[in-house]
Design a protein around this ligand. Structure first.
Ligand code: WT7
Length: 652
């Protein structure tokens, strides 16, 4: 294998298993065959603005119709120009108005075991009250509201209440520090923070309000703090600044019609970390995002009225925005929401929830699946999971071995797995199997959704032979795409639009196989260059994870005089002992699975890997450790700082 023109990546992983949907599943699906999918995709690709405009007219409620589908002045997109709509109306009122008010909207379970169910009509009442309370605190169109809350129904209610009155929410994951909250408040100029007295996590109470107080000392733009009573903590309430939710929301009027808003009214900001520099406030707007979240939800999860749908993400991430709140609720789904940890009171909490609530669609992340595998099959086998019909995964590539476990143990070899590739920036799923139409291959996100046109380019920006792999770009704007970085349009242009002209640069590498299936190969910056061969992290990691002793693996390049990069891997083990023999066995295993090129030069056993708070392995930090450097760049998104310290200690 030689370095390919245009910077291709050596394609060394051989995954040949294919899993078509059962005939029975396909017969009942929204999109029933590959032919049907291809016809839809081709029709959409011929004229994307027309395709999306037709859907927008049918699927959203318009106070005033739009006059133009798309105005595109690269890199600025405006969708459904001239129209007026409201995302909260589409998610809540529309169902009530159309006679579905008694339908269940949210089925919630708290970590201590308390439960609540809200119908769409009840949700409308709660959201309207909250919206009136926000108004009474001086919030109106264009004001930014930071939300730092546990996964309670009130978190979704607060988001929707902002949308209802045209305020812009900025949800901050409730595991972030005071410093991170203050940074986000200041960057966005937030006027209000909504939080709670505390949050349940593994049986303990995290003092959220205390953390917010610390942040507010450094957040001059924030005028008020609205506090939900959740965990029974008794926080100090600052006179004139802080108000209790039960004081101002419960007594507010339930009459608050949704504000007709221009299609491009900002809906929310969501901060995501860059590899260096300060977090980027990704900006999404009203109509395009709402439509994209709704349609992708319906296509990918093949949503039906009798489904009980559960996405285990937190609303602090884009997955929670698009696939707990805006997508499923716009589709009128019955949404399961869980507050706490997957291992409280025991490591079978998720299986217990699925069994008791008869969940039919389950959407989670590879990092969680790897933890389930480690926790053991016995815990799964105790539960009846036959209500499930579709499984999903998002956030990282899934190693084929983890995919197979998910398929067998959780899906009972019956449920299609939708491996969904997308980003905070894309607003919704971009590539994924359609469960009734597209046969799956473990480790591949398969095909682009209708209206999405991927293009794989080399380092020179020209299209390459797709099977070789290169940088993944998207060739045409889509309604769910980000509209900018909050307060920094130059950075927006520079990060996503400057390297490849006319295409959105996703920042991932990918290849497309002879069947037109896409394989995400990791972040562009994570690629290893071993003696002129570009190797992807996921291939080496998947080879290691396919060994019975290995639980998780991370592969990075370490500078090497002769090879360019040496392959350094960090490995966590299931039950095995970290011996020299095992090290040699793993080298042989990688040689057999991939080839001599990928055999690790360094294998380090560790008890855990550094991850972001959303569960992604932070290879950037491991690269520094492998090279014996101090970790550079932003580490504020690291989930557990002690992991880094432990890894360094081993160095000394
Ligand atoms: C990055 C985006 C999308 C919501 C959660 C993460 C990686 C995401 C997959 C997948 C391989 C994936 C990519 C992407 N990623 N899904 N199915 N297969 N990689 O959102 O924090 O904005 O991260 O996550 O590298 O660029 P995010």
């Amino acid at each position: 294998m030689a370095e390919q023109a245009g910077g291709g990546i050596s394609n060394v992983m051989r995954e040949e298993r294919v899993f078509p949907p059962s005939a029975e599943f396909a017969a009942q699906a929204r999109i029933k065959s590959m032919e049907e999918y291809e016809a839809l995709w081709t029709q959409a690709a011929a004229d994307p603005p027309k395709f999306w405009a037709d859907l927008a007219r049918d699927e959203l409620h318009w106070f005033e119709p739009f006059s133009k589908a798309l105005v595109w002045n690269e890199p600025v997109a405006e969708w459904f120009v001239g129209g007026k709509t409201n995302a909260c109306y589409n998610c809540v009122d529309k169902h009530v108005v159309e006679g579905r008010g008694d339908r269940t909207a949210i089925i919630w379970e708290g970590e201590p075991g308390d439960q609540r169910t809200l119908t769409y009509a009840e949700l409308q009442t709660e959201v309207s009250k909250c919206a009136n309370a926000l108004k009474s605190l001086g919030i109106g169109v264009g004001d930014v509201v930071s939300i730092y809350m546990p996964m309670t129904p009130e978190l979704a209610i607060a988001m929707l209440a902002c949308a209802r009155i045209g305020a812009v929410h900025s949800v901050i994951f409730a595991g972030f520090s005071a410093e991170a909250i203050a940074d986000r408040n200041n960057d966005a100029g937030a006027k209000l923070v909504i939080t709670s007295d505390g949050a349940w996590r593994r049986g303990k109470v995290l003092p959220l309000k205390e953390t917010v107080d610390e942040a507010l000392a450094k957040s001059p733009t924030v005028e008020h703090c609205l506090v939900l009573k959740r965990a029974g903590d008794a926080p100090t309430m600052q006179e004139g600044r802080d108000v209790w939710w039960h004081d101002v929301v419960d007594s507010a009027s339930a009459d608050c019609p949704a504000e007709p808003l221009d299609s491009e009214t900002p809906l929310f900001i969501l901060y995501t970390s860059g590899s260096t520099g300060k977090p980027k406030g990704i900006k999404h707007t009203t109509a395009g995002y709402n439509l994209y979240a709704k349609k992708t939800f319906e296509w990918v999860f093949d949503h039906r009225d009798d489904d009980i749908y559960w996405c285990t993400a937190d609303c602090g991430w884009i997955t929670g925005h698009s696939y707990i709140v805006y997508g499923p609720l716009a589709a009128g789904a019955q949404v399961m929401m869980y507050e706490g940890a997957p291992n409280h009171p025991a490591e079978d909490r998720f299986w217990d929830i699925i069994e008791r609530h008869k969940v039919t669609i389950f959407y989670t992340a590879p990092t969680a699946i790897r933890a389930f595998i480690k926790w053991g099959d016995d815990l799964v086998k105790k539960h009846d999971l036959t209500s499930l019909r579709i499984l999903g995964t998002v956030g990282e590539g899934i190693n084929p071995e983890a995919w197979m476990w998910y398929h067998r143990m959780i899906g009972g070899e019956r449920c299609p797995i939708v491996d969904t590739w997308w980003q905070t920036e894309t607003g919704g799923i971009m590539m994924s199997p359609l469960p009734g139409a597209i046969p799956t291959k473990p480790g591949s996100c398969t095909k682009p959704l209708p209206g999405i046109i991927p293009s794989i380019v080399g380092t020179d920006g020209q299209e390459v032979d797709t099977n070789q792999g290169g940088m993944l770009t998207i060739a045409h704007p889509w309604p769910g795409m980000l509209r900018g970085i909050w307060g920094d349009m130059d950075r927006y242009e520079q990060v996503y639009w400057s390297r490849v002209k006319g295409k959105y640069l996703a920042g991932d590498n990918a290849r497309c196989d002879e069947d037109g299936y896409y394989w995400i190969m990791g972040r562009i910056d994570d690629v290893l260059n071993v003696s002129g061969h570009r190797l992807s992290t996921i291939e080496i990691e998947s080879a290691l994870v396919s060994h019975a002793a290995v639980a998780e693996a991370a592969a990075v390049g370490r500078p090497h005089e002769l090879k360019g990069d040496a392959v350094a891997v960090f490995v966590t083990l299931c039950d095995a002992e970290p011996t020299e023999e095992l090290r040699e066995e793993l080298r042989q295993h990688v040689r057999k699975e991939i080839g001599a090129l990928a055999v690790p030069d360094d294998i380090r056993f560790t008890s855990s890997l550094p991850k972001t708070r959303s569960g992604k392995i932070m290879r950037r930090l491991l690269r520094d450790i492998a090279a014996g450097r101090e970790a550079a760049g932003d580490t504020t998104t690291l989930e557990d700082y002690t992991v880094l310290a432990k890894l360094r200690e081993k160095e000394a």
